[in-house]
Design a protein around this ligand. Sequence first.
Ligand SMILES: [Fe+2]
Length: 199
Amino acid sequence: MSLLLNRTQFGDAANKGKTLTKEEAEQLFTDWVLNPRLQLHMKQVAALMRAWAKEKEGLDEAGQWQWEMAGLLHDADWDQWPEQHCKKIIEELESRNVDPEILHAIASHGPLHFGVEPETKMDKMLYAFDELSGLIHAYSLMRPGGYEGMDVKGVKKRLKEKSFAANVSRDDINDACNRAGITLDELITFIIPRQAIVA
Ligand SMILES: [Fe+2]
């Protein structure tokens, strides 16, 4: 099964700045994503994207929502249409005149799968958060205190254990950090407290 998108242009430049409203995005999310674990993953990535846009990029509310929306909907089609993963949500958002930057971020969140390179900071951070967020959440579930007291060292130890959250690609995580120009330590440090509040 190939998920390659076989294109690099998404959406229409005339739609720059256009997003779904929060209510529209939440409606789509609820209609399309039925699995509670996947819902939580997408909400966590959305929260991380918003936090990064605000704290590291200094974006205003509109900019923060663009990042958050990319996170909230990046896996929207994975649950019910895995064989059309990424393609379906992109086409849906294209038909609803969403900003090409949001579409590109979603399209490039798995470059090895979809064949689209992460280019912007939004692209790169979505790619970086996606895999690592899942591993950190899995780690929280096996710790008696959940996220409490979790540190970088513990997460890195889990990363080294190949059998732990084995479906999480370590290569993707390293590749994402390199592309985003941040260290693994920085990324883990950012994620732990901000994801803890969406657990
Ligand atoms: Fe994801």
